[in-house]
Design a protein around this ligand. Structure first.
Ligand code: PEP
Ligand code: CO
Length: 449
C-alpha cells in the first residue's frame, strides 16, 4: 500500500459493497453538493472522543456504542431520537453506577444508513431485484423502481444526520440528560417489570447520593458533568464517495477528518487489508473501528493494527469482535494475545448481535437475548484469561417497544415477533431489553475482577 494518502486515494483500490449507481453524472453532482455542506461534527470533538477511548484502551473506562442497525428515512422523528437516547443514557447510568468507571457513549446514530449485504440481489419467487442497501441508497419496497440506487438519497441522509445531531446536542446539553432526571427517564412500562424496578431502585440511590453531595456542600448545581453528557456519533463508513465528500482538512492540526461522524467503523464485509475501505479510513484522524469476525487470524489483526494505528495512539483503534456466542471465547483469545504481544493499545468491544442472528420458524430474522448475553460472557471470560480489559459493547437497539429479539425481561417468544417488528434491517433490542442487558453486563464485568 502506497504511503501517500489523500481523501481520494481509496479510489485506486477495490471497493466492496458499493451501489451500482445508474447515472454517475447525477452522482457526481450530488457528491459535489455534499462536499459543499458544513461539517456535521468538528475535529476537536473527534479528538475528545479519541482521548476518552484512550482511557478505555487503558482499562479505565467502558465504551457503550449503541443504536439502530439502519436508520430510516420513514421513521425519522424527534420522539424516536429522544427514546433511543433515553435508553442509551439509562444503560450508561446502570453501567457507570454498577461498575464505577466512566462510560463513553457513542450512538449508531446521525448517519448509520448504509447497509452491506451478503448478496447483491434478492429473489422472491421468479423476480430478482438489487438488494436493499439502506435508505441512503435505495428503498426496501420490492419493486424494480424502488431498488434503483438514487444519489439524491445521499443528500437526504446528510440532512437527516444534521437534524438528528442538532436534536442530540440539544438533548444532551439542554437538560434532558441531567442526572437529576434519571428517574424521570423511566417510563411507566419499565416500572412494572423486574428490570424496571431494579432501575428505579438504582435511580433512587443516585438521587440520594446527589442529595448527600449537596448536603456536604458540593456545588452540584454548577457542576456541569452532572447536568450534561457527551454522546458521540458513529456509523459504518460504507459508501466511500459520501465519506470522501465530508472529509475536511482541520486547520488546527493540518490533519484530515471525516466530518460525517465522530467515529467511523469498517464492517465485516469490507475489511480487506488491500481494499478501499481500509485505505480510506487509515488516513483520517478520527477514532476508527473495525469488525472482527470468527474467520480472522492473529496475523491479520496485528497487520490491521499496524496499518490503522502505526503511531500506536490509545483510542485511535477499536476492534469490535462479532463471532457468535459459541465461538467467541476460543476465537478471541489468540487475537487478544497477539495484539497484546505486539504492544498495540486497542479498545476491545463486543458486538454480540451480528454473530447470533437466526431465522425464526415464521421466517423472521431474530436474536435471542440469552445468546447476546452469552457472547458478552464469553468475551469477558476471554479477556480475563488473557489479562486484557473487556472494553465495551456495541449493540443494536431502539427506544421503541419493538418485538424483534426474543427473550429478555418480557420473555418475548417467536410468536411475539410479528407483533411489532419494525426494523429496516437487523433485529434490535427494545428499550427494556437494553436496560436489562446493561444490568447483566455490569454484573459480568464486576465479576471480571
Ligand atoms: C452492522 O453493524 O450493522 C453490520 C452489518 O455488522 P457486520 O459488518 O459486523 O456484519
Ligand atoms: Co446490523
Amino acid at each position: 500500500m502506497a504511503d501517500r494518502w489523500t481523501p481520494q486515494s481509496w479510489q485506486a483500490y477495490p471497493a466492496q459493497q458499493q451501489p451500482d449507481w445508474p447515472d454517475t453524472a447525477a452522482l457526481d453532482v450530488v457528491l459535489k453538493k455534499v462536499s459543499e455542506q458544513p461539517s456535521l461534527v468538528f475535529a476537536g470533538e473527534s479528538r475528545a472522543l479519541q482521548s476518552a477511548l484512550g482511557h478505555v484502551a487503558e482499562g479505565r473506562a467502558f465504551l457503550l456504542q449503541a443504536g439502530d442497525c439502519a436508520e430510516s428515512f420513514d421513521e425519522f422523528s424527534a420522539v424516536n431520537i429522544r427514546e433511543k437516547l433515553r435508553v442509551i443514557l439509562q444503560m450508561a447510568v446502570v453501567l457507570t453506577y454498577s461498575m464505577g468507571v466512566p462510560v463513553v457513549k457513542v450512538g449508531r446514530m446521525a448517519g448509520q444508513f448504509a447497509k452491506p449485504r451478503s448478496s447483491g440481489t434478492e429473489k422472491i419467487g421468479d423476480v430478482e431485484l438489487p438488494s436493499f442497501r439502506g435508505h441512503i441508497v435505495n428503498d426496501p419496497a420490492f419493486t424494480a423502481d424502488a431498488r434503483v440506487p438514487n444519489p439524491d438519497r445521499l443528500m437526504q441522509a446528510y440532512e437527516q444526520s444534521a437534524s438528528t445531531l442538532n436534536l442530540l446536542r440539544a438533548f444532551t446539553k439542554g437538560g434532558f440528560a441531567d442526572l437529576n432526571r434519571v428517574s424521570a427517564w423511566t417510563q411507566e412500562y419499565a416500572k412494572s417489570s423486574p428490570e424496571g424496578q431494579r432501575y428505579v431502585a438504582l435511580s433512587n440511590e443516585i438521587e440520594r447520593a446527589l442529595a448527600f453531595m449537596s448536603a456536604c456542600g458540593v456545588d452540584t448545581e454548577n457542576y456541569s458533568a452532572l447536568h450534561e453528557v457527551d454522546v458521540y456519533t458513529s456509523h459504518e463508513a460504507l459508501i466511500l464517495g459520501y465519506e470522501e465528500a465530508l472529509t475536511r482538512l482541520d486547520s488546527l492540526t493540518g490533519q484530515w477528518y471525516d466530518a460525517s461522524a465522530h467515529m467511523l467503523w469498517i464492517g465485516e464485509r469490507t475489511r480487506q487489508l488491500d481494499g478501499a475501505h481500509i485505505e480510506f479510513l487509515r488516513g483520517v484522524a478520527n477514532p476508527v473501528g473495525c469488525k472482527v469476525g470468527a474467520t480472522t487470524s492473529p496475523e491479520w489483526v496485528v497487520e490491521l493494527c499496524e496499518k490503522m494505528n502505526p503511531s500506536r495512539i490509545p483510542g485511535r483503534l477499536t476492534l469490535i469482535s462479532r463471532m457468535g456466542a459459541d465461538k467467541i471465547e476460543d476465537g478471541l483469545r489468540p487475537l487478544l494475545r497477539a495484539v497484546k504481544q505486539a504492544g498495540h493499545p486497542v479498545v476491545w468491544a463486543c458486538d454480540p448481535m451480528h454473530g447470533n442472528t437466526i431465522t425464526a420458524p415464521n421466517g423472521r430474522k431474530t436474536r435471542q437475548f440469552e445468546d447476546i448475553v452469552g457472547e458478552i460472557a464469553g468475551f469477558v471470560r476471554a479477556h480475563k484469561a488473557e489479562g486484557t480489559w473487556p472494553g465495551g459493547i456495541h449493540v443494536e437497539l431502539t427506544g421503541d417497544n419493538v418485538t424483534e429479539c426474543t427473550g429478555g425481561t418480557d420473555d418475548l417468544t417467536n410468536d411475539d415477533l410479528d407483533y411489532r417488528y419494525q426494523t429496516v434491517c437487523d433485529p434490535r433490542l427494545n428499550g427494556r431489553q437494553g436496560v436489562d442487558l446493561a444490568f447483566r453486563v455490569a454484573e459480568l464485568i464486576r465479576n471480571h475482577g
